[in-house]
Design a protein around this ligand. Structure first.
Ligand code: ACO
Length: 338
């Protein structure tokens, strides 16, 4: 059956964000590590990032962003909560039930989705599935990560790029011709690249055991250069697939909101797609790579800076560990981030 303007579709109707107050600048990092503002800015485009302090966890950020997304949607309840994260408060249980409970949402279904930096798009697609099935009419989707809690303090490459934060949206069941209608979301994975981005120890492959504790590596590891090339190719490919599905030419795209990993990757995607770099929204200069929070944070920043206005055609794309990647497109609805 072909989708028509009146076909059911998931609609984005609320947006909220939260960043932990503590800021770490490139100068701060260069006092601790062998790095410089010049290296970080020229290789990544990042100037500073927000970082949690002891006692602050992923759920704290997710709750603040979720509360603001509900306010932006004008709702005080939803039917389901999905949290995209790879830095949950604890390995067990999932973080979403705690977020739902702290938001006063009662006993609604709540679960985590783990797709690393593509997590927000995977969670959005999951929410769309529940809406299409009629199991939920409204879903709160949160992307929240605190990578600072899993980085090796001596890893100058990872510490330069990652920051902590949370972004949330409310999606509801609606129609394909409404502003804010998105989907189908394009998703993909390639597990043969699972070693390129990983935390080696602490999972079932290498559990923490007293006898082997000395060899354990509990920190996040990334083969940056290999990831770089793949990220550009995969995000460009997904973006073109989604644009075509929406019947958009590249010229029709008003704004590209790509996962904020590295400005050179974002420009590489724009170049591969054939889009002027000026149509690529840049937020990472102030927040770094916030993993699953990156896309909703960048969307909110684009609205607040006046770059994303109601009716604009926005394409979002992400790439992350797994490997995973994907893209989604929508006409921006008349909503203000809270
Ligand atoms: N300051 C100074 N020098 C540094 C720094 C730093 N902060 N970091 C790395 N270097 C050095 C390296 O040690 C290396 O030195 P050497 O040549 O003497 O060995 C040199 O710079 C080049 O290192 P590369 O790792 O090759 O640097 P590159 O230019 O590739 O930049 C970066 C590293 C920023 C990590 C880049 O590779 C990148 O952005 N990769 C993609 C990240 C990404 O998109 N990840 C996917 C999403 S994230 C997720 O899923 C969790």
């Amino acid at each position: 059956m072909t989708a028509t303007a009146h076909s059911p579709a998931p609609v984005l109707c609320g947006l909220g964000t939260w960043l932990p107050p503590h800021v770490v600048t490139n100068e701060d990092l260069s006092r601790e590590l062998d790095t410089s503002d010049e290296w970080i800015r020229s290789r990544t485009g990042i100037g500073r990032r927000h970082v949690v302090q002891p006692g602050e966890a992923t759920s704290d950020l997710a709750v603040e962003a979720g509360r603001r997304a509900l306010k932006s949607a004008g709702l005080d309840t939803v039917d389901m909560v999905i949290v995209a994260t790879t830095t949950p408060d604890r390995q067990c249980p999932a973080t979403a039930p705690l977020v739902a409970s702290r938001l006063g949402l009662g006993t609604v279904p709540a679960f985590d989705v783990g797709a690393v930096c593509t997590g927000f798009l995977y969670a959005l697609a999951t929410a769309a599935g529940f809406l299409a099935a009629g199991t939920a009419r409204t879903v709160l989707v949160v992307g929240a990560d605190t990578y600072s809690t899993i980085l090796d303090p001596a890893d100058r490459s990872a510490r330069a790029i990652f920051g902590d934060g949370a972004g949330a949206v409310v999606v509801r069941a609606g129609r394909a011709d409404e502003p804010g209608a998105f989907g189908p979301v394009e998703l993909a994975s390639d597990g043969s690249g699972c070693d390129l981005i990983m935390v080696p120890s602490g999972g079932s492959r290498d559990p923490f055991r007293a006898a082997t504790a000395q060899q354990a590596d509990p920190f996040f590891r990334m083969q940056g250069k290999k990831v770089f090339r793949s990220a550009v190719e995969r995000m460009a490919q997904s973006s073109l697939t989604v644009a075509e599905r929406f019947g958009w030419s590249v010229d029709d795209i008003d704004l590209l909101v790509a996962h904020q990993a590295n400005i050179r990757i974002m420009h590489g995607v724009a170049d591969s797609v054939g889009l002027p770099r000026s149509r690529c929204h840049v937020h990472l200069d102030r927040v770094g790579n916030t993993a699953a929070a990156s896309i909703p944070l960048a969307l909110a920043d684009a609205v607040e800076s006046g770059r994303l206005t109601p009716g604009a055609r926005v394409l979002t794309t992400a790439f992350g560990g797994g490997l995973t990647w994907g893209a989604a497109a929508l006409r921006w609805p008349d909503i203000s981030p809270a």
